[in-house]
Design a protein around this ligand. Structure first.
Ligand code: FES
Ligand code: FES
Length: 155
């Protein structure tokens, strides 16, 4: 299979049952895509495939053949700059241990692209598929509001 990941081409012969998450982590060395539940519940493994947010633990790597994948490593505009969603998570204390954060950030990125001015209820609904054990979600909610408004965090 061949796949473009964060603007870089990867080609490999893979087991048909290898998941996209394991491919990204093992073959591409992109360990920012985290694995927790491995059955589609927690959202930690969220990446974009051809502009659609997917759970990489539920997709076989071969299903991404000829696709373009964006992972958390490819989101920031440069090595010294954070993506606005990452910046908002940092400023609003939207993370503690950080394990869930790559999945949240990718989900928020996709969510705000489709709904750039969401209500709090829409944010809660939009992120219902991502689980965090640490933050209590309030910092995450503030981060999404901030990223949406491109402004200072509201408390
Ligand atoms: S590891 Fe994929 S949804 Fe939990
Ligand atoms: S910050 Fe620890 S699981 Fe979310």
């Amino acid at each position: 299979m061949s796949v473009r990941v964060n603007e870089e081409e990867f080609s490999a012969e893979v087991d048909p049952r290898l998941t996209l998450a394991d491919f990204l982590r093992g073959e591409c060395g992109l360990t920012g895509t985290h694995l927790a539940c491995e059955h589609g519940v927690c959202g930690a493994c969220t990446v974009m495939v051809d502009e659609v947010a997917v759970r990489a633990c539920l997709m076989f790597a071969v299903q991404a053949d000829c696709c373009s994948v964006l992972t958390i490593e490819g989101l920031a505009p440069g090595p010294d700059r954070l993506h606005p969603v990452q910046q908002a998570f940092m400023e609003c204390h939207g993370l503690q241990c950080g394990f869930c954060t790559p999945g949240f950030v990718m989900s928020v990125h996709a969510f705000l692209r489709d709904n750039p001015d969401p209500t709090d209820e829409e944010i809660r609904e939009g992120l219902a598929g991502n689980l965090c054990r640490c933050t209590g979600y309030q910092g995450i909610l503030r981060a999404v509001r901030m990223a949406a408004r491109g402004s200072s965090p509201s408390h």
